[in-house]
Design a protein around this ligand. Structure first.
Ligand SMILES: [Zn+2]
Length: 144
């Protein structure tokens, strides 16, 4: 398999870097080291401790939902984000960061209101959207 036809995905469980043939990204790839799911179509909860090592080394676009438990619009958007994760399975990695428990990540991106969605390419912000929105809009905005 040519390198251009594969995509690196960092395992959120053990941090191993996996090379997945691009054609198989939507076929429930598992980590070559720990055997756990890499891209299972569900939002992945990340913390200040593991955010960087997962998103910076994952070549898929990463969509980050910055939220907090006390935020009503954030909670009401959660099902839409889960649906978007299913629809974008294999094309983007959707992650959630609780900004109360993980203030470093929120500060790093200078997030002033929640919910805020970030689109990252290998750890670098390329787009941002604030406010709750339905799944179809999240998918369209993700643009992948
Ligand atoms: Zn692993």
């Amino acid at each position: 398999m040519d390198a251009s036809n594969s995509t690196h995905v960092a395992c959120p469980h053990c941090a191993a870097l996996n090379r997945i043939p691009s054609a198989r990204l939507a076929e429930d790839p598992v980590c070559g080291r720990c055997g756990q799911a890499l891209l299972d179509g569900r939002p992945l909860a990340l913390t200040d401790a593991d955010f960087e090592r997962v998103v910076a080394r994952t070549e898929l676009p990463v969509i980050v939902d910055l939220w907090a438990p006390w935020c009503g619009p954030c909670r009401s958007m959660a099902p839409a984000f889960e649906q978007a994760a299913r629809e974008l399975k294999g094309r983007a990695l959707l992650v959630k960061v609780d900004t109360d428990a993980n203030p470093h990540t929120a500060a790093r991106f200078q997030v002033r209101s929640i919910p805020t969605l970030l689109k990252l390419q290998q750890g670098r912000e390329v787009a941002r959207l604030s406010g709750a929105m339905p799944a179809a809009q999240i998918v369209r905005w993700a643009g992948v």
